[in-house]
Ligand binder design. Sequence first.
Ligand SMILES: Cc1cc2nc3c(=O)[nH]c(=O)nc-3n(C[C@H](O)[C@H](O)[C@H](O)COP(=O)(O)OP(=O)(O)OC[C@H]3O[C@@H](n4cnc5c(N)ncnc54)[C@H](O)[C@@H]3O)c2cc1C
Length: 395
Amino acid sequence: MLRCHGEDDIEVLDPSGGWLERWHHRFAAQGIRHLRSPAVHHPHPDPFALLAGSGDNDLVRAGQANLPTTTAFARFIAAVVGTLGLETAVTPARATRLDLDLEGVASVTGSDAVVRRPERVVLATNARRPVVPAALRAWTRHPCVAVGDAADVRRTPPGGEVLIVGGGISAGHLALGATARVARVTLVSRRRLEVRRYDTHPTWLGPRKLRPFAAEPDPERRRRMIDQARGGGSMPHWMRRGLEQATEDGALRLRQRRTITAVETRGDRLAVSLDDDTTTEVDTLWCATGGELDAATDPLCAALRDLAPTPIARGLPELDAALRWPGTEVHLVGAAAGLLLGPTAGNLVGHRRAAQRIAAAVRGEDPLRADRLTTGAGACPATADQRASSTTRGA
Ligand SMILES: Cc1cc2nc3c(=O)[nH]c(=O)nc-3n(C[C@H](O)[C@H](O)[C@H](O)COP(=O)(O)OP(=O)(O)OC[C@H]3O[C@@H](n4cnc5c(N)ncnc54)[C@H](O)[C@@H]3O)c2cc1C
């Protein structure tokens, strides 16, 4: 978005050294074949940019929406990065420290020991810590236990037994991926599996929900609104059907409204006990129970907290309209901007809104006016050219 608006001097720090490496890794690890969000949601400012270059095999129909395949999405991102000349913008380094001067301008130290002093900094680290059920906390380092992103369906033990904890889309992908690799799977979810097409209801993409949210002065109340809108984990109906089919085929045991009470080793296997007094022996245990951000403990936010205190509502900081930590030139995007952008802040659509606001602030314009949700405010000229030579299809 910033490059689309003429910003040339952009450096991205990411230890992976590439674009969307964590995204690609997660999608491969969970064997995800298509996105959950429609094809108008992606990092480019023009919502129709992906559809414009898509063929029939690039999209999966779900209700009224077209969902991009994982391959088509990756190809689109690579094309945008190439068109905008951003291939070499990522420096393979981790931001290890952020300091502030008296004007609120930040300097960022990288794992390459270089200290950078840009005009402004955008923190897009998605610094979630996995939420691990109490009975599993002592086991997170055990070789048979994988938590969050470490759960990798490609490491399914051939013909072995896997226990997956969680009831959201990640747990569902892992379960279906492991059964496809001929593992026997037990899926343990503390609630009944909840079926929803998107993780947040689409009304949150329009003014009906977002206006009252933005008008609420109390950050704690906005925080509660986010929790209520997102609920716990959920999965689309096609995934639920797939799990039912796997259950009928005898490949999956679905244990809903159950929690783990104890884990112990038995030889090189794990014995996992549930609160119905049953015990299951497995080769591997994958924990897909989500994660949480906490700006109150995130080390990269330490100087921000000390020198420019702002309310933090259960992990989420109160920011200004340009998503700046108030009194500084440090913007936060992704789920960390939830108190301003609402429950979809951490999704692709939230990232686009964040980028629209920051690009407006860079231009000296009103960030609120720039945040027009899914309208194509400020479409990039490069894509306008691409569209002229291809057919645009509605989502
Ligand atoms: C399995 C899965 C499927 C999803 N599918 C969808 C979907 O279909 N549609 C949708 O809208 N959303 C989806 N989401 C939500 C998705 O996570 C977001 O849309 C998107 O990945 C969030 O991007 P992000 O940049 O905030 O975080 P991430 O993608 O997690 O990227 C954070 C980046 O920050 C880097 N980083 C972290 N710390 C530092 C540091 N100190 N210094 C430098 N770099 C650092 C990391 O290396 C990483 O590259 C999905 C999430 C998951 C887990």
